[in-house]
Every structure is written in C-alpha cells, then in structure tokens.
Design a protein around this ligand. Structure first.
Ligand code: ADP
Ligand code: MG
Length: 695
C-alpha cells in the first residue's frame, strides 16, 4: 500500500478542490471556508457538480447529508444521484442546493420539545469546513442539523458556534498583544479512543452486550488484570490484522489514525489520531467509531465502545487533547522562549484555569451519561471532581508569580521575575499525572473525563465557550489598560490567586483528595442526575447566550433530552437484565440444582452411608440464591414499573439511579454468586474468563 496515495483518497479535500474546481470557484470557496461565511448559490452549484463527478469516479452512486443528532450517533439520509428525465431515462444529477441544504424529517430525532409536530421538519446544511468523503457507494456531506427556526438539533452546530466565540475573543487578546497578522484562531483537538475487542461468537450469546453494550451480569474472573499484563503484552495476529485494516480505512477517509496496543486491561486497545480542528476531529472520531465496529465484524470481533463493559476491569475513555492555534501557526498554549511569548502563554494558561474553576459544573455535564457514570468516581478512572494538573515545575512558577518571588528550580538558573519580566517556562519535565481529570501536558490540555462511547462535541463546546468567555473578560480589562504589560501581569497574578483551588498535582483517586476538594469548595457530582440540573442554572444560560452558543430554549431542550436518554438507557438495561435472569439464570440454577440433587439421590441409592454434605450444602446454597434472585427480579420489575409515576424528567432520572440501578446491582450480586458455584457449561451465557480470553 502506498500511504501517500491512500491517505485521504476518499476525501474531497483541499488538494482535490484545487485540482478540479475552476480557479475562481476554488478561490471563493477557500475564502468562504477560511472566513467562515456562507456559500453563494452559484459557487455551490459548481462545487456540487465537481464533487459528484469525482465521487462517481470513485464508485459512488448515492449521496447523503451526514449529521450528528442528539442521539450521539451519526445519521444519514441517502439519495441517489439519479434524476429521471422527461421521456424516460435518467441523468446523474447533484445540485448546489442539494449540496448546501437538505430537508430531513426531524421528528424521529430527539429535540426535547424544540419542534412542535406541525413543523417537524428540520434541515441539514453543509459545513464547508469539514470535507465531504465517500463511504462505500455513498458520498457523505458533513452537515449541521437545525430546526426551521434555526435551533440547533445536533452536536455540530453548537460546536461551530463555540469555535466562533473562541476565535473572536482569542483574536481580541492577540491583537492587544500586537499580533495583527492573525486572521483566525481555532480550537485543536486530538481524541484518543479506547475500546475492547472480544470474540463475536461470544458476544452474540449475550443479550446484555447486544442490547446495552455492557455486561449486566458476570462474576469477576479469579485472575486479576494485573497478572494478565505480560500475557497480553504481545499483539495477537488477529488483533494486528484488525488494526491494520482500521488504519487503512481511516487513512482513506483522511483520518490520521494510529492504532496501538493498550495494556491497561485484557482485550483493551487504544487509537490515537493526529490532532486537527475541533469540528473535524469530532467528525473523525464518529467515523473512527463507525469504522472500528464495521471492521471488527469482518475479523470475527465485536468492538465494545461502552465506558464500562466489564465490572471490575478498567473502563474505556476518550482523552480529549485540546489547544488553540492561529492560522499563522502559533500554538497559544506553547510556552515561549522570550518573556513576551511567555506573557502571552501565561495569559492563555490562566484563562483556562479560571474557566475550569468557574465552570466545573459544565465540564462535568459535558461528560455525563449513564455509561460514563460507571467510570467517573470509580477508582481506576478520573474522579467526578474536576481539577487541573500542571506539573510541579509550572505550578512552582505560578506560585512564585503569585507571591512575587523569584523562581528557583534545582540546578537551573534563577529567573528574574520582577514586576516587568515574566519567567521563561521550561519544557514539561515532570511525570504526567495519570489520575488527573484535566492535565496540562506541555502545550495542550488533556481532558480525560469523556466516555469512550460519547461524542466529543459537548466537551469541546464547553471548553471553547468557557475559555472564550474568560478571554472576553480579559480583553475587556486589557483594552482599558494604560500599561499593557503591567495589566497582563496583574491579570495573571490575580487569576492564580483567585482560582488556584482548582490546581491539584496529587493523587486524584485518594479519599484525602475527596475531603480536601470539599474543603476547597470544589464540586463533586458523582452521577448524571446530580450534574444535569446545573445546565439550566440562570448563570449558565446567560453564559451560553452571551457567547451565542446556545439559546435558553436550546439548553432546556438539551437538558430534557439528556435526562430522557439517561432514563431510557437504564430502563433498557433493567429490562434486559430481567430477560436474562428470568429466561437464563433462573432456569440454569434450577437445572443445575436438579442435577446435583439427582446425583445425590443416585449416590444414596447406591451407598446409603455416603457423606452427601457437599451436594446437600450446594443444593441448599443454590436454593437460597434462587429465592434471592426471584425476589431481586421482582424488586427490579417493580422499580421499572414505578418509573412512570415520577413527576418530571429529573424525578424520573433520580428514580432510575436510586431504585432501578440499585435493584440491578443487588440482583447482579446474587446472580454472580450463583454463577460462581454453578458448573460452567450449565451457565446460560459465556462468562468473564471466556470473554476476556479473546485472542
Ligand atoms: P501521549 O499523550 O500518548 O503522550 P501525545 O502527547 O503525543 O501522546 O499526543 C496525544 C494526543 O494529543 C494526540 O492525538 C495528539 O495529536 C494530540 N495533540 C498534540 N498536540 C495537540 C494540540 N496542540 N492540540 C490538540 N491536540 C494535540
Ligand atoms: Mg494521552
């Protein structure tokens, strides 16, 4: 395979456009994209035609507006290029109108009451900053999805809006600092994707994996994952073949992916792309998840993207690496070489610190889902408490700045940090703290809370918006300043002083941190129903409206959709578990008890004086568990039935968490105990040892 020819070969990217479009059209399009303006109809029609010809050469027969409704997965509505002509026959057509705007019956996608039924249609609009691409026989056009009133019904629209806000306010700051040459600031994102691969054949035997993506039942294997490390150290040929194919498919789509083996848990792996613009990274991450699922099936695997497929085994996350960069090639979170560069770096750094401290609630909400609640707060994942890791060295520099002290680092020369000069920031030399939910890693922030199954859109909407808002405050202050240098320093020092409580370099998993975080007044929102109500707090509505990212109406709709999604998911899990218990576990326990009892009777018939206490004990214990399981299943069924009695979406979500979820945990514990004393072949579905032994 020739990587150079392969990479992006299925993408209608800039190179293709430059080569194929009339020069003038290309220039107009390019300018439109660069400046984020709307495309005019004439240009659109030329682009559409060229795009169609290109796609048909690559074997495409259909096109679709590819969009990301609030379900969190991508949606497509396929149309063919074929247009019938008068007198029979057909021509291949694809107009500018079809390129830039599509109609879509939006009524089947969640809208949280945003669309009344008489205007159930929404429209999709091409986002020309994301390139069109070919998947199979279909030309996919990345689009935003809106209601007729312009309300965002998807995950792309707010992301684009938040990028605009960040661009606007970051540029204000840069202009003040003398960078008049900068035309655009973009949020850059590189999401690292974790996932599990297990045997398809075993997956197909488990209703829980099929319906919910995670195991709802299953006793932990006797061998811990630590012991498996060496065993799983080498990449299995089948896994290697899968990875090669995923890489190749993604390269064709212009996703610069590099799959890697990950040793955290058996069967767990990671894929890291090279970072790009936030909205493209978000599209690419969706494509990555789709591709991994599809390719897995071809290799006899099931790809599990759930945040916690197995209890007691490491969960999966998505590390969202984030920074800001200019069209002139500056990374705004890159420590500089000169004091002036460092002043700029420190200003943007403390903007993030302040934003995170002020908006812990929004960051927590951006990663809230029923699936991710299994991770956050559990001892192997980032906790639900937000804090920032800066590394010892940078922390010490901020400390010195705050107290107007000189910064002395080991053998390094003393830095002069009088009021006029800011210190040089050394390259990050500290060990990275793997327990931190948000770590500064040299020239970017790594947000480790997003779940493996979720879109990274929300997390980046929030980061972009809160940083933009703080930058706007800084810009307001600086625009009025007489002595800019002194004003910058004042802001840096003030911000550190006021917001340093959010900085924490220690172990985030410890109980002491929970205590300390509480003493510092940091938020701890362990579950989705704890977090979501903050979304519609007046302060947050004002923030999003101020930055033109969400209207109050859109926020309310999102609040309801997220609560509904949470409830739906837990109810599905509860019902799936009931099926498995009633149709699988209970019959299996009865069957196996019968087998043991029969064996005991046979022994007694043969030799009446034999000690049968083993069989008797087993029958007794299994029967106890059987009764417990029956009661547990009844309690679970009751709690699911009671769901509709809750008054509003929040009450329903709380009911799910406090009653349905609890009942599931209780039932699972009993079933798992029964599994551990039941003959393996008598158990109705493959257990953890088998699932995690996938090769
Ligand atoms: P690791 O975390 O394994 O040490 P790296 O730090 O090299 O690996 O990169 C992790 C991820 O961060 C990659 O996806 C990379 O592309 C991304 N990344 C690197 N620089 C930036 C940046 N300026 N903005 C956003 N993401 C970035
Ligand atoms: Mg990483």
């Amino acid at each position: 395979m020739n990587l150079q020819e392969t990479f992006g070969s299925l993408v209608f990217n800039d190179a293709v456009m430059r080569q194929r479009l009339p020069k003038e059209t290309y220039q107009v399009l390019h300018r439109t994209i660069a400046e984020g303006r709307t495309l005019n109809a004439e240009v659109a029609s030329v682009v559409a035609n060229t795009m169609k010809d290109w796609a048909m050469e690559k074997g495409a027969t259909h096109f679709t507006h590819w969009f990301q409704p609030m379900t969190g997965v991508t949606a497509e509505k396929h149309d063919s290029f074929l247009s019938p002509i008068e007198g029979g026959g057909a021509i291949m057509e694809f107009s500018g109108k079809e390129l830039v705007r599509g109609e879509s019956d939006a009524s089947s996608f969640p809208s949280g009451g945003l669309r009344s039924t008489f205007e159930a249609r929404g429209y999709t609009a091409w986002d020309p900053t994301s390139f069109a691409f070919i998947k199979g026989d279909t030309l996919c056009i990345p689009t935003a999805f809106c209601g007729y009133g312009g309300q965002a019904l998807d995950k792309k629209t707010p992301l684009l809006r938040s990028m605009q806000a960040l661009n606007h306010h970051a540029k204000r700051i840069l202009r003040l600092l003398g960078h008049h040459e900068v035309k655009k600031v973009t949020a850059t994102v590189g999401p690292e994707q974790e996932y599990f691969l297990i045997d398809r054949e075993l997956y197909d035997q488990r209703k829980d994996l099929i319906c919910t993506g995670r195991t709802l039942l299953g006793a932990r294997p006797p061998k811990g994952q630590e012991l498996d490390d060496h065993y799983f150290g080498n990449l299995k040929p089948r896994v290697a073949a899968f990875m090669r194919e995923v890489d190749e498919e993604l390269w064709k789509l212009g996703v610069s992916a590099k799959t890697e083996h990950n040793e955290a848990a058996p069967c767990q792996h990671e894929l890291a792309p090279i970072f790009t613009t936030a909205n493209i990274a978000t599209d690419h991450n969706q494509l990555t998840m789709e591709t991994m699922r599809r390719v897995a099936a071809r290799h006899g695997f099931a790809c599990l993207l759930h945040e916690k497929p197995f209890a007691g085994v490491n969960g999966s996350g998505k590390h969202n690496n984030w920074s800001m960069s200019t069209d002139t090639g500056m990374n705004l979170l890159e420590p500089g070489e000169t004091p002036a560069e460092n002043a700029q770096f420190l200003l943007f750094l403390v903007a993030v610190i302040k934003a995170v401290d002020l908006h812990q609630d929004l960051l927590r909400i951006s990663v809230a889902s029923a699936g991710n609640d299994h991770r956050l707060g559990a001892s192997e994942a980032p906790p639900a408490i937000i804090s920032i890791f800066l590394g010892d060295e940078l922390r010490a520099i901020l400390d010195a700045l705050e107290h107007h002290r000189a910064y002395v680092a080991g053998e390094k020369t003393e830095m002069n940090i009088g009021v006029k000069t800011l210190p040089r920031i050394p390259k990050d030399t500290t060990d990275r703290n793997r327990t931190s939910p948000l770590a500064f890693t040299g020239n970017k922030f790594e947000f480790r809370m997003p779940g493996s199954a979720m879109s990274i859109s929300e997390a980046n909407v929030v980061i972009n918006t809160i940083v933009a808002d703080v930058l706007s405050q800084f810009a307001d202050q600086l625009e009025k300043a007489v002595d800019l240098r002194a004003a910058v320093e004042q802001i840096v020092v003030d911000t550190i002083t006021r917001h340093k409580r959010i900085l924490f370099n220690g172990n985030n998993y410890s109980d002491e941190w929970k205590e300390e975080a509480k003493a510092r007044g940091l938020l701890n929102l362990p579950s989705t129903p704890d977090a979501l109500p903050y979304l519609i707090h007046p302060g947050n509505i004002a923030l999003f409206e101020r930055q033109k990212v969400y209207t109050g109406e859109e926020l309310h709709s999102r609040y309801e959709i997220q609560l509904e999604n949470y409830c739906k998911l837990i109810a599905i899990e509860g019902n799936t578990m009931l099926d498995m218990v009633n149709q699988g576990v209970i019959p299996a326990v009865i069957g196996y008890t019968h087998k043991v009892a029969q064996a005991a009777l046979a022994k007694r018939a043969l030799l009446p004086d034999l000690d049968l206490s083993c069989e008797e004990g087993l029958v007794r214990r299994l029967n106890e568990l059987l009764l417990g399981i029956r009661d547990g299943a009844k309690a679970l069924a009751d709690s699911i039935s009671a769901l509709h009695t809750a008054a509003d979406p929040l009450a329903r979500a709380r009911h799910c968490r406090d009653h349905i979820f609890r009942a599931m945990e209780n039932l699972r514990a009993l079933s798992d105990q029964a599994e551990m004393i039941t003959e393996e072949s008598a158990w109705p579905f493959p257990g953890y040892s088998k699932l995690l032994a996938t090769k």
